[in-house]
Each structure stands twice: as structure tokens, then as C-alpha cells.
Design a protein around this ligand. Sequence first.
Ligand code: F3S
Length: 428
Amino acid sequence: MKLTDQEKAMLDGAGGAAKRKAMELLIRYGEALGAERFVDTNNVTGVPGWATDFLRHYYKDRGTSYEAIFSLFDLDSDEIVEVPKMSVYSCHLQGSMDPKLWKEQGKTADALADYLQDEAGVAAHGIQVLKTCTPYLAGNVPVKGEHCAWMESSAVVFGNSVIGARINVEGRESTSSAMLTGKIPDWGLHRDEGRLGTHHIAVEVPVADVFNWGMLGYFVGDAVQENIPVLTGDVSNPSLVKHKHFGAAAASSGGIELYNIVGLTPEAASYEMAFGARKPVENLRYGRRERRQVYDTLNSVGSNADVDFVMIGCPHASIEQIWEVATLLDGRKLHSGTNLWIFTSRSVKSVADTTGYTKIIRDAGGYIMTDTCSAFGRTMPPDTKVVALDSAKQAHYLPAMMGVEAWFGTTRDCIAAATTGRWNASAP
Ligand code: F3S
């Protein structure tokens, strides 16, 4: 790779051992990708340290200092080096438990102590403790054209598509190295040519609510995998929440990191702008039959209508979604055998606390939880067998990960299941 003088200096150790290790790692990574240079970034989100349970166990025998985990794992270095404060704007994504509701989530006091020790290390190194998969709902909102280094596929697809930022789905090692250096390889979605559409999807049924946007996203991801879809047709202007559920679903059934909707997303003022000089490699349609297939797939592991757990908030719920749940629940109680957990970021929860939504949901018997979710934190109420979900992404992952049955429907269907204990929704 061609290095600038500043990059060469970091590689020569001018910024200390950790930055040298980070540059070595990024150069190996960039060369493997075929990148010729780096771009500068001042917006990095990742999971530096040991916020996930498995790392805690993996390196417990090597010492759980922040430096040890960061060196061995994030920097892929056998030598434990001193880790300075991060050089650029850096944020921590989701973690493995709610530090207040950890008992309800079945976590141990020992695991909590480790989690909080890691968090202290994160803060001490100048990393913002957002603890969410939706950093764009918690204060980290890039601008159009901004080069970012982000993990978390649902956040990346939102940043690229809805905002027009330039982001590849990164990993722990590349984001941690980018936090130290402010560099990330210049390839893929950082480059103009990497952002042009490849597949055209003609939408031929109305797509209006979050539920339908989730199903459309699931179809598109499965159909185009890691390519770049461009949508036209019967789509009304989606809200932030609809984009959030569409992109998360598309990044689950496939590996979509960028989509465009002609006339609606910032890089697709026209069909020609979305594809550039390219012709689509495939033209696909999304009609009634395709929608029904997606619905059946997402409900394929649901057979028992007795629901014992309802999970909302994948990706982490916005305050609008929490308001919707609180409105649906106001004055009602959950069914005696059914639990309701809503996952969100700490900052959104603080608004829910202040506005009274947390109390309404708690009075009904449900919880608003932060930091994690059932799939990421491997956490559900004890003895859960049947789950109701309003997220296509969570419906894709949770049954396989936790061995449960799952129903997928609207938020209203899910809250009805929470109050009656029964799944009573039908296909669109
Ligand atoms: Fe977030 Fe968990 Fe979904 S971390 S995107 S809520 S799988």
C-alpha cells in the first residue's frame, strides 16, 4: 500500500507501540483486500475490549487488563503493549448485558463485575460508551460522504443508504486499529465505483408499515446477497424506523451494506444516478407471491400459539417505537405467563424514563432493557419456548441461536400476544 508520511511515521513507531501494531494490522488487512491506500476517518464504532462474554473466558488466564485484551485480540499482537487514548472519535457498540437488569437476564454478579471493568477501560481510553447497535439514534450521526469505520451490519447499511456516509462492514480488529490511527483501507464502499447499483428490484405490492418493510428487506437480502440493490415501485417514503428494519433484515438474509431507493435515498435521485453507466445484472420483482414466501419463511418455526416471550427492539428501539408500545399497553397488564422485553440504547431509555414510558411498560409487567438483545446477549426469560417478534432480523437469528419457536408479525400483533398469551396474527 502507498503510505503517507504520517502513516509511515506511525508504522515506524513514532506514535508508540500500539499505533505501530495497529498500522501493521491495517496494512496486512488492506493488502489482503487489494486496497492501495488508506482513507482518513474520524468516526469509528466497534467493540474494543471484552464486552462479549466469550472473550472474558478466553483470556481470563492471560490477565484481564484492558491492555492485555486489546493487545492480544484487537491488535492481534502476542506482545502486550501500552494502549493510549484513542486518536479519533470512537464509540462502543452493543454489549452482552444490561448492567441494571443483569439478574433478570440470568447473568452472574461475576460477569457483571467483568463487564463494568471493561466499560471502565473503554471510557479510560477515550471511547464513548454508547452500548447500542443503533449509534445513529444515540448521538453518532455521520454526514453524507463521511468515511467511517463501523462494525454492526444493521448500522452500516443505515449509514450508507439513508445518510450516504461511506462505510464497509468492519471487524473488531480493523475498528480498534482505526480508533488508534484514524485510518481504514480505501476500498469497497469508500469508493465511488463501489457504490453503484447491481440489481434492480421492482416493488409491486404496497409497502407501508414497519412489518412490510422488514419483509421486503428480507426478500431483497436473500435475492441479491452481497450486491447493491436499487428499488423502484410501490414504496411510500419510509421513516427512520422503516429504513432501520428494512436494512437490518436485508443484512441478515443477505450481506447488503448499501441499498438505494430511486427518488428517496441520497445517492439515487434517479435510476441513472443509482446505476451509473452500469446495467443491472438482474431485474427482480417483489409481488404478492414473494411477500407470502417471506412471511412463511419467517414464521416457519412457529407452531405453538402459546407465546411466553415477546421481544421488541431489533435493531435497538427508537423512542418512537417505545412510545408506540407504551400507547398499546397503557393501563393493561401482560398475560401471566408471558414476558415482554424491549431493547434500546441507554440514551433512548433515558428519554423513555423521563417521558413516563418506562413506568407504563413496567406497570404492565414488561421491561425496557439496554446494551444488548436476546440474540447478542444470549438472554431470554427462563423456560422460554415460544417467542413473538416484530423484527425480521431477530426472527432470522433467534430461533436457531436459542432453540425456540418464533412468530413474526407487527408490533401490534406482538403486544396483543404479550397481553393475551396467544399468537393470533394472520398473513398479509
Ligand atoms: Fe441489535 Fe441485537 Fe438486533 S444487537 S441489530 S438488537 S440482533
